[in-house]
Design a protein around this ligand. Structure first.
Ligand code: ADP
Ligand code: MG
Length: 351
């Protein structure tokens, strides 16, 4: 038996962390949000395979930190695993930039408030700086990722088909929409091959953010809902389809417009999704809407110490310590909104 060379180990583990264009965009956007950005531009060339650029107006990276910014396991966000108990940031593992460097060519341009000019750093396979030069950008950070998966030919090939490229661009747009909804104050822009795909200005609240993402006919049919409980502490804030609303304006054939968040993180929660669909579709017992996915947003806020977000590399699955209590609270909210329990009660007009 032989120990694998360190470069091989780096490539193997990095390619598990960085799995797609979507994944790169998510990691870079979360870094921008953690840096307090109020504006993020995402630009893709050739569906992100040739270039992914994420530019923010956040606090930038201090010159003293730049030598280690992309070295794996270096982070400015936590000091030890105990800090996960009160995690307020999207990132914490110090893995993204370093892993991206192992599967693409990366340049980081950054300027803090103290810097006179921005500096562009070129990084190598290990995330070390190989060269740097002054640049003209304003405060904030721009990360450019070129030739993604250049050293993973099978993966690059797999992402190159027209179908896959288009699916991935759609997923990137859905991801931007999720952050747009949960961060109304954020200005966002998505550009592909120099053509604007989607953008959202800074708005005042979740409802205005939903308007900018789902459009006025969907939002006219959504109702704000709220639930707050102590012990265990759970806050639910949402916009759900009005009882009996026309399903063509309040549902979709795929789950892409069901926006779920835990502590402001876009997440996938199978059991909650099932519950939401059951309650939504029970209103349309004889309609094709039965199998559709409701357009809605549900924001679940629980103490950081009761969530484990370190379950999957992309952090879209989370473990909730009080899962049963959260499910019960969501169910109570749905029952109060729709007025019946699926499988036990029928909608009033059907009784
Ligand atoms: P993590 O986000 O888990 O800390 P990353 O590899 O994504 O790990 O980033 C490493 C570090 O680089 C971050 O902790 C942060 O200090 C810095 N950084 C990365 N992107 C940005 C950004 N857009 N703005 C400011 N700092 C950044
Ligand atoms: Mg990060």
């Amino acid at each position: 038996m032989k120990q694998l060379p360190s470069d091989t180990v780096r490539l193997l583990s990095s390619s598990q962390v960085i799995t797609s264009v979507l994944n790169v965009v998510k990691e870079l956007m979360e870094n921008s949000l953690d840096a307090g950005a109020s504006s993020i531009d995402v630009k893709l060339d050739n569906y992100g395979l040739d270039r992914i650029e994420v530019r923010d107006n956040g606090h930038g990276i201090k010159a003293v930190d730049t030598p280690v910014m992309a070295v794996r396991h270096f982070t400015s966000k936590i000091c030890s695993h105990e800090d996960l108990e009160h995690l307020e940031t999207y990132g914490f593992r110090g893995e993204a930039l370093g892993s991206i460097c192992a599967v693409a060519e990366v340049a980081v341009t950054t300027k803090t408030e103290e810097d006179d000019v921005s500096t562009q750093y070129m990084l190598d396979f290990k995330g070390n700086i190989v060269s740097q030069k002054p640049s003209h950008l304003g405060q904030g950070t721009t990360v450019s990722v070129m030739k993604l998966f250049k050293n993973l030919p099978v993966r690059r090939q797999c992402f190159s088909s027209t179908k896959k490229c288009k699916e991935e661009l759609k997923k990137v747009q859905d991801l931007l929409m999720a952050y747009a909804i949960v961060k109304p104050e954020l200005r966002l822009m998505l550009v592909h091959n120099k053509v604007g795909v989607w953008q959202k200005a800074k708005v005042a609240d979740n409802r205005s953010a939903l308007l900018a993402t789902l459009g006025s006919s969907a939002v006219a049919n959504l109702l704000p809902c709220h639930h707050h409980q102590e012990q265990p502490e759970i806050v639910l804030e949402g916009f759900f389809p009005k009882p009996g609303a026309d399903y063509s304006t309040t549902s979709s054939s795929s789950p892409d417009k069901t926006f779920l968040f835990v502590n402001n993180r876009p997440v996938q929660l199978k059991e909650i999704m099932k519950l939401l669909r059951q309650h939504y579709s029970a209103q349309y017992p004889d309609d094709p809407a039965r199998n559709r996915f409701p357009m809605l947003m549900l924001k679940i806020t629980v103490p950081p110490s009761s969530v484990d977000v370190n379950l999957t590399p992309d952090k879209t699955q989370v473990l909730l310590h009080n899962k049963e209590a959260v499910l019960t609270a969501v169910e109570a909210l749905l029952v109060s909104l729709y007025g019946f329990r699926p499988n036990t009660d029928l909608p009033a007009e059907k009784q």
